[in-house]
Write a protein that binds this ligand. Sequence first.
Ligand code: CO
Length: 462
Amino acid sequence: MVKIVETSVRDGHQSLFATRMNTEEVVSLARIYDKVGYHAIEVWGGATFDSCLRFLNEDPWERLRLVREACPNTKLQMLFRGQNILGYRHYSDDVVEMFCRKAIENGIDIIRVFDALNDIRNLKMAVESTKKYGGQCQIALSYTTSPVHTIEYYVNLAKEVEKLGTDSLCIKDMAGVLVPEDAEKLVKALKKEISIPLELHSHCTAGVCEMTYMAAIKAGIDIVDTSLSPLSNGTAQPSTQALAVALKGTRHDPKLNFEAIHQAEPLMTKIVNKYVANGLLNPKSLQINPNILTYQVPGGMLSNMIKQLTDQGAMDRYEEVLREIPRVRKDLGYPPLVTPMSQMVGTQAVLNILAGERYKMCAKEVKDYLHGRYGQAPAPINEEVRHKIIGDDEVISCRPADLLKPEFEGLKEKYRDIARCDEDVLSLALFEQVAADFLKKKYGESERAEESSETDEFEMFI
Ligand code: CO
């Protein structure tokens, strides 16, 4: 029997309409999901948290508590970006530990931890903290293709991960580039070498995801991530119902309660229709884009690049930029194209083409990466390129967070006027300005609700 993790209230709306589902909608669905028989429901992650504070004027912690209350019998899962927690930079260990503790105390059962570079040192603190406070830990390996990302690479990594004491392992194919044949080989190889449960998370973006899931299921995967239709397919996960029907009566039958699913469907349709009507759900997100299998570039990254080029009036250079991406990626040691690496590689490719000289201009994040501040690159970095950008600067080889001093108590002191609990301090640690604006509104210290003007340079493609 294959187990199902329902993703609609996290990745589903994140992939299809900018994570704008509100707490009332999420809770109304969670109440029904509790009866479906899912292995877990994914409810929280970086964009979910950010969107509550930034756009919805809602407290993400409150959402979690309400979902927990509505959904007492099913495990709740969150996505956690290793030492980045839910943000874009590395946080000190005390913030990572406190976040895991508070997430579990407020209702999370499973913390899915990943690192963009698959640098195990960036996962360690989150794994230890999750276990310390009684949570289940899952490590997700960022899936990508490159000369170094072979089956052997993933098997070796999985063995290391198992040693860390994680409860399960996930193959996280954020770009939807895993094809059926490779999935079959990878799942078989991993099942042979590791004993903890194995899960697959992918996206329908390229149009092959259902075929890939089927291949993985036949090869012995234990858990797959799906999203309730009509909040499925396109850039999101495959449909929960379609997979359950396809597997019905087979030995892989997930045995979901269709009576409960049929109760959730009209509710979901109403929610989705709202976001179609207000324009947040762009029909383009529902179209498949097999080009990502050719360019190995996530759909979200392509649309970001198109925007950058359009803003510069340089869409005629699109093909050149597409050809530049694999070159930049090779120079940077083949990082998987997931947040924040997808944004770094994409922006650098645009800069290299528009500046007329490679690496003449460079984003701060790329400089930090070349200094080793994001961790170990999967393959050696092109030293000529590194030298051109950061000269003879020292490159760190330790775990990046080892250089960070504790931050939590300092933040608590700094915001003692607006933070009333540790959860508030954590919101401030992750999205400082946005959380400060929100908390002032929440606790009535701001006369009028001000719109936050802060925008993120990075968007999430996870
Ligand atoms: Co995803």
